[in-house]
Design a protein around this ligand. Structure first.
Ligand code: F0G
Length: 462
């Protein structure tokens, strides 16, 4: 059965068709860092799915209804209703985006030396934890490190390891579950695993927090891969998923289809009241949290739109379309393809480029130069340095993430991405050297890092 996207295009944005010569110059001027490129220097922008989706006409209409009162805005109450209704959480605080919510949460809960266990921490979560001299520990099943091994829920927490950590460590403050798990390819977590994590956590009296930026994509995979839920609606699946957490932080820039915004939500009134204190001096008053009324309105509509199974199916098929083309041509990537992105294994794609010359970044640069496609390195660059030793942390794999924004690009755009990668793959043997760091920030280095091409292979870069 063939399905089309359940929407049509009403407004379009022009894309400047640059030349390879222009792009060579621009990437050099940008210190080989994708974050320094201007968006009009990019033809197909797969840097992030965060805030980059197209809003619906209902969301644009809601912007006009935005109530900009300083306190008690009608838009805030619309958002509160959506959060309570869809996620079943009684207490909530808006935030300007996901990391704003994380900042409020960790200020409320975390002390020096504490540990937070997660399937895999997203970079901003890890940075917030390490900034507070606490420990961010990953605990994901081994299959997540094997690109070619099929597992329907590679984002699952390793529950045996979790129990071992909890028995050994008294300082675990919070158990996070990131759904879907961004850093390993947007891989989902099963409800079976969520139930088990919740049971273990409560045995040790530790709260469970979902990092739920991609809640709807996770629910889609549960519906299509976890047989107990094949007849359930996305909404019913979400209700079941969120039964197994005590609190949540959400970036609404992803599945909630908003260009900005986020929130925290709690089951505990006590924790909510404590967090409200930090909210008021980090994010803003509890009824706006750094957002305009119109943004809260767009989020409230987006949360309901995210529940559309037909849309989630068409999105998944678009990613499968890209994955299929790469698979036919032997290009190595994380399988099965995740919810929001395809993770090309750049270590395998460019085996001659050493890890500390950043094969993922090198591949991102070469792809950009040849085709104007912007992707993002997900490997040792965002892994940063060990806070104690100062040495580079080597990631389990060096990926190039190609993230697909929601309702933004057509299959033909993705076809150009596939063709560009295929022609690059044929020339891969000619790429022998990568990039080295010229400047890096002490924490969360990758958005501001400056790099140059490696000329001298003898430099010791550890
Ligand atoms: N958690 C996850 C799993 C994320 O993917 C992100 C953002 C955040 C938290 C932070 O949310 O950006 O609203 O502050 N991910 C984006 C990305 C930036 O490109 O993957 P934020």
């Amino acid at each position: 059965m063939a399905y089309s996207e359940p929407f049509r295009i009403k407004t379009v944005e022009k894309i400047y068709q640059s030349t390879e010569e222009e792009r060579r110059k621009w990437i050099e001027e940008s210190h080989f860092n994708m974050f320094y490129l201007r968006s009009d220097q990019v033809a197909i922008d797969l840097l992030s799915d965060s805030g980059t989706g197209a809003m619906s006409c209902e969301q644009w209409a809601e912007l006009m209804l935005g109530d900009e009162a300083y306190a008690g805005s009608a838009s805030y109450f619309k958002l509160e209703k959506a959060v309570k209704d869809v996620f079943g959480m009684p207490y909530f605080l808006p935030a300007h985006q996901g990391r704003g919510a994380e900042n409020v949460l960790f200020a409320t809960i975390l002390q020096k030396g504490d540990m937070v266990v997660n399937n895999v921490h997203f970079d901003s979560t890890k940075a917030h934890i390490e900034y507070r001299n606490a420990i961010a520990k990953n605990c994901v099943i081994a299959e997540s490190k094997m690109d070619d091994v099929y597992h329907p829920f590679k984002g699952n927490v390793d529950t045996e390891e979790l129990e071992r950590i909890l028995k050994a460590k008294e300082s675990v403050k919070l158990i996070f579950v990131t759904i879907t798990c961004n850093n390993i390819g947007g891989q989902p977590v099963s409800i079976g695993n969520m139930r088990e994590v919740y049971k273990i956590a409560h045995k040790f009296n530790i709260p469970v927090c979902y990092d739920a930026a991609r809640f709807a994509e996770n629910a889609y995979f549960i519906k299509t891969r976890e047989s107990e839920f094949s007849d359930h609606s996305i909404r019913e699946i979400l209700q079941e998923m969120f039964r197994y957490c005590d609190l949540m932080v959400v970036s609404c820039k992803k599945d909630a289809l908003a260009n900005t915004g986020g929130f925290l939500a709690f089951r505990s009134e006590e924790l909510y009241e404590q967090a409200k204190v930090y909210e008021s001096f980090f994010e803003g008053l509890h009824s706006y949290g750094g957002l305009s009324g119109r943004d809260m309105g767009a989020m409230s509509v987006g949360i309901y739109e995210s529940l559309d199974f037909d849309f989630l199916r068409s999105r998944n098929r678009q990613l499968e379309f890209l994955a299929g083309k790469l698979e036919q041509n032997g290009i190595p990537f994380m399988k099965p393809v995740g919810g929001h992105a395809i993770f090309i294994n750049a270590g395998k794609f460019l085996p001659k480029v050493p890890v500390l010359e950043f094969p993922g970044q090198t591949l991102a640069v070469e792809l950009y130069i040849r085709s104007g496609v912007r992707g993002l390195e997900f490997g040792s660059l965002p892994s940063g340095r060990d806070p104690k030793t100062g040495l580079n942390r080597i990631a389990d794999a060096e990926y190039l993430r190609l993230c697909v924004p929601r309702r933004t690009y057509t299959d033909n755009h993705l076809n150009v991405v596939a063709e560009s990668l295929i022609s690059l793959y044929k020339e891969r043997d000619s790429i022998k050297t990568g990039l080295e760091i010229v400047y890096e920030a002490p924490i969360m280095r990758y958005p501001t890092v400056r790099l140059k091409r490696v000329e001298d292979k003898k430099i010791n870069r550890i």
